[in-house]
Design a protein around this ligand. Structure first.
Ligand SMILES: NC(=O)c1ccc[n+]([C@@H]2O[C@H](COP(=O)([O-])OP(=O)(O)OC[C@H]3O[C@@H](n4cnc5c(N)ncnc54)[C@H](O)[C@@H]3O)[C@@H](O)[C@H]2O)c1
Length: 260
C-alpha cells in the first residue's frame, strides 16, 4: 500500500538544519518530495541537504532568517525557481527562553516574538501568497507549536506566549483559506530530546548535566523524552493527501504529559 507519498510535491521546511526540522526534511525527501532545507545556520542546512542527496532524494539548502520578511520571500522564490511551485510549508524554526514573567526582559520577549511569531507570520505570508497564485492553487502549512501553547510550562512565560500565538495563527489561516485548497494544522510536541533541549541543559545545568537529563526523561509519563524522528511522521501525515479532511487542528505528541 503506497500511502503518505509526496511524489511530485515541493516542500520548504524552516529550521531544517537541526532536530525536528531535520527529521521532517529527511522523511519528506524519502517520501518523494523535493525539499528546500531552510535554516539561518547555513552549515546545518547544507549538511542535511547532503544527507538527502546521499539517500537518493532531492534537497537543496536555503539560507533563511524567518524573522525577516524579505528573507522569507526570497526562500520561497528560490524554491519556486528550482521546482516550479510550493506545495508544503513547514514552519518549524523556533527558539526558547527560560523565565517567569518577572524573569523575562523586554528584549528576550521581543526576540522570541520575532522568531516564533513573526517568523511563522512572514513565512506563511510568503508561502500562502505563492500557493494562491500557482496552478493548481493550494497547498499545506504545518506549524510546529508546542504543548507550551496549550498549558503552562514552569518559567516559560515568553515561550508559552509565542506558541499560543502559533496555535491561533494555525486556526486563522486554516479558516481564512479553507475555500482556496489550503490546509493548515499544527503539531504540539512535549519535550523532545533535540539539540534545542541539549543546548538548554548545557546552558542552565552544565554542572549537573546527567542528573538533569535523567530527570527530564523521568518527568514524562512515558518515562522518557520524545525523539525528533517521532514528530516527523505526523508532519508527513499532515502534509499528505491522506490528511485531506484535516485542517485547523492542533495535534499533541507529548508522551502523555497533557493527559495528567
Ligand atoms: N525540542 C523540544 O522539546 C520542542 C518541544 C516543543 C516544540 N518544539 C519546537 O520545535 C521546533 C524545532 O525545535 P528543535 O527542538 O528541533 O530545535 P533545534 O534547536 O534543534 O532546531 C531549531 C532550528 O531552527 C533554526 N533557527 C533558529 N532561528 C532561526 C531563524 N531566525 N531563521 C531560520 N532558522 C532558525 C536553528 O538554526 C535550528 O537549526 C521549534 O519551533 C521548537 O519551539 C521543540
Amino acid at each position: 500500500m503506497r500511502v503518505f507519498r509526496l511524489d511530485g510535491k515541493t516542500a520548504l521546511v524552516t529550521g531544517a538544519g537541526s532536530g525536528i526540522g531535520r527529521e521532517i526534511a529527511l522523511l519528506y525527501a524519502r517520501q518523494g518530495a523535493a525539499v528546500a532545507v531552510a535554516d539561518i545556520a547555513e552549515d546545518g542546512a547544507a549538511a542535511v541537504a547532503e544527507e538527502i542527496a546521499a539517500g537518493g532524494g532531492t534537497g537543496f539548502p536555503v539560507r533563511l532568517d524567518v524573522a525577516d520578511l524579505e528573507s522569507a520571500r526570497s526562500a520561497v522564490a528560490e524554491t519556486v525557481r528550482r521546482h516550479g511551485r510550493l506545495d508544503i510549508l513547514v514552519n518549524n524554526a523556533g527558539i526558547g527562553h527560560v523565565g517567569s514573567l518577572t524573569e523575562t526582559a523586554p528584549e528576550d520577549f521581543d526576540r522570541l516574538v520575532a522568531v516564533n511569531v513573526n517568523g511563522v507570520y512572514y513565512c506563511s505570508l510568503a508561502g500562502v501568497d505563492q500557493m494562491l497564485i500557482q496552478e493548481p492553487t493550494g497547498g499545506v502549512v504545518v506549524n510546529i507549536a508546542s504543548i507550551a501553547g496549550m498549558v503552562a510550562v514552569n518559567r516559560r512565560f515568553a515561550y508559552c506566549a509565542t506558541k499560543g500565538a502559533v496555535i491561533s495563527m494555525t486556526q486563522s489561516l486554516a479558516m481564512d483559506y479553507v475555500d482556496q485548497n489550503i490546509r493548515c494544522n499544527c503539531i504540539c510536541p512535549g519535550t523532545i530530546h533535540s539539540p534545542f533541549v541539549e543546548a538548554y541543559l548545557h546552558r542552565f545545568h552544565a554542572n549537573e548535566l546527567e542528573e538533569t537529563r535523567a530527570a527530564l526523561h523521568a518527568r514524562q509519563p512515558l518515562g522518557r523524552m520524545g525523539r525528533p524522528d517521532e514528530i516527523a511522521p505526523l508532519a508527513l501525515y499532515l502534509a499528505s493527501d491522506e490528511a485531506a479532511y484535516v485542517t485547523g487542528a492542533q495535534m499533541v505528541i507529548d508522551g502523555g504529559l497533557t493527559a495528567r
